[in-house]
Ligand binder design. Sequence first.
Ligand code: MV4
Length: 586
Amino acid sequence: MEKVLVANRGEIAVRVLRACRELGLTAVAVYSEADRDALHVELADEAWHIGDAAPAKSYLNIDRIVDVAKRAHVDAIHPGYGFLAENAAFAQAVMDARIRWVGPKPAAIAAMGDKVAARKVAEQAKAPVVPGTLEPIAEARAAAAFGAEHGYPLALKAAFGGGGRGMKVVTRAEDLEEALESARRESKAAFGRTEIYVERYLDAPRHVEAQILADGQGEVVFAGERDCSLQRRHQKLVEEAPAVGLPDEVRAALGKAACDIARVADYENAGTIEFLYEPRSASFYFLEMNTRLQVEHPVTELTSGIDLVHAQLRIAAGEGIPSHYDGVSTRGHAIEVRINAEDPGSRFMPAPGPVNAWREPSGPGVRVDAGVKAGWTVPQAYDSLLAKLIVWGENREQARLRMLRALDEFVIQGVPTTIPFHRLAMRHPAFIAGDVSTVLVEQGMDLSSLSPAGPPERERTVKTPPRQMVIELEGKRFDVVIIPQEPVKVPERQRTPRSPKALERARAESGGPGKEIVKTPMQGTIVKVLVADGETVAPGQTLVVLEAMKMENHVTAHQAGKVAGVTVTEGQTVATGAVIATIEAV
Ligand code: MV4
């Protein structure tokens, strides 16, 4: 295995590309129209354009991605999370193309995607399962019978659902009929399926999930659990490892249950088994299994010392699981917060837009997994996760204080983020006490101190950015902000000057074999566009003329081929490194 394609974007694409490079594997990125300048494209050894911004036309386009994988001659595909990560048809298409799939077999993905089938696997593994129906129910009467036997509240859940969509909590028998209809409608709209099953509803449980690694030969290791209880509307906000206050014998039983489930599922690669945990009774119940790497995997990495993405790639390469992973022990405590481009002061409204300033925290015990850089615009086509801030401490309190310190260091300007929420969460008495639950954010937190970010600030910073300056007055240092009265141009980001040779080399390399991505060598104005899509060009031929600092610069092709994706027009001002066109060898 030498070359790996990462079928994803954003922070997780960056995360996986980094692991590839650490293992000496050539890392191939794919990108949509909206991600031409994205960080994951910049960090890859090779990058391929796969279509329009709309996910269906790019990151969800199975045929396109498999086609690019073949043309790039990759040996493996890592799907990241989201998009096609839990799509059994994609996994199958990858394997049919004789490319290694970094994940479980399609049959295991399909089995776990069906929540009723997953419950049967858990029962077969003798793991504790929430009391519920073994099959989807035909009509409300079946749910009423279940309620009569097990009591209320009960939960109606979509058999092919996830993320809480299609789930209805019912507290009285007379509400069943309507709730069932509503659950079916929601499930049909979201997942195209109408099967609904019933479970006893647990009140304010904790969400505790187990990380496992399996080699597909019956070897399964438990790498520790995570608590992901702090969430809002089924969007996780804070995750930590280990789960606070989990008795050791419960932890051991939960880890064993997770491994048993993975074995029965004939599971291979990294996976997560979700449980609901009731602290009062110290009971846990199987909820569902996620057949992918999870967003929150870093808290497990920091406490277990295992690089889960390395492990995934090694398992896919047939190297199995290192023997010293058996009986993984954990050390200290890790907390992760999700930095989303959302306004916590406006009901967490997503807020895409230009990131004018971006400075990450660092120092002891701090890790940032980001898909963002300064000057980049957060596209509106994808989810709002900008970065994950993860800290490690010798104990939970040290980790919490470190998180507060790191949150203070994080500078993000241009888009509102969830940072103000996290400051509040880290100081909340219930969080400090480790008294977390799935209802804490929505029922236990007062978010009224978070004021709306409002759009004007963003507008102003783009059109007339205030400039920060340090002045010394009689030897004393002051930070001042100068706010221009007239709209001014956003200053170009400082870059290390590169020699023309280095620029050329970087340019020729950036498109991968047979493909050149032609970029502007400097900021300027396009004064002439000399080629159009579909035209054939020769090496050295001028594509566009760029005027900068009163000089005309000819941007030329370095290889022969067909021009595609001409993105610039005459009169347009362009930034350094803007994509002009791609040239594909014919
Ligand atoms: C439950 C539950 C209580 N009892 N099932 C929500 C998302 C979906 N994956 C399962 N979910 C729940 N299922 C029973 N029988 C409570 C939740 C739940 C929840 C679970 C995990 C994390 C956050 C949650 C927030 C609200 C409800």
